[in-house]
Design a protein around this ligand. Sequence first.
Ligand code: FE
Ligand code: FE
Ligand code: ZN
Length: 286
Amino acid sequence: MLHIGCHESSSKGYVAMWKEALQLDANTFAFFTRNPRGGTAKPIDSDDVTTFCSLAKEHNFAKIVAHAPYTMNPCAAKPELRDFALNTMLDDLSRLEYTPGNYYNFHPGSHVGQGVDIGIDLTAEMLSSVIKRCEKLSTVILIETMAGKGSEIGRTFEEIRMIIDKTEEKCGTSLSDKLGVCLDTCHVWDGGYDIVNDLDGVLTHFDNIIGLERLKAVHLNDSMNLLDSHKDRHAKIGEGQIGLEALVKIINHAKLKNLPFILETPNEHEGYKKEIALLRSKFIDC
Ligand code: FE
Ligand code: FE
Ligand code: ZN
């Protein structure tokens, strides 16, 4: 069974997101934990989360993938911006424990001229503080692969590996059950990984550098731009430079097909419904 969904608005709570997903024939979804500007998040409604957890179980939903606000920058130069990222992540993770065992993905940040090494160190510093303070964390934190726009870190698999290594070093323990990766197809393509002509090669490289067991979710997007453009502009499925054929190979790849796939394509309700139907029709169940 293909696990696929898209971003839902969290403004009306979990049951509302679940209902919306169901209407789209989705069996997972993503949502921003708070508005991207980072204001305070809505208080958790305990009836809402309890109902959602039983509905998701009953309807065989896959794990859901909460998305941190993309404006937070864990490797910012200004300490107050790094504190904001740390506090936001701590607050998000404490709230996500009401729906235990799911995923939380975040952008590793932009080094803003400090250099990649300092960027990696600062992001690992934030992650390690978060993990040390959340002893009973059941949510797995996912580092998203980035396009390399501006001074973004996490474009290469090597950089992601370094973030993981440094975080584990600072925590003094393996974090294989706490820290994973979310692969964004638009971002890796824009970042220079040829998932159209050499998907197997890219996945082998991912496995050698990071380890495929760390890969927990996929953001399934087409891209408006060419390979290695470092741009990050998502296109609708089949309307970009990656194209339908390559995206269909991705959802059917033996190493990927059981993961949750999240669409972040420029669509409204009807567009997502069509993309989900299209991808379901191309999925080979076995
Ligand atoms: Fe993202
Ligand atoms: Fe993404
Ligand atoms: Zn993007």
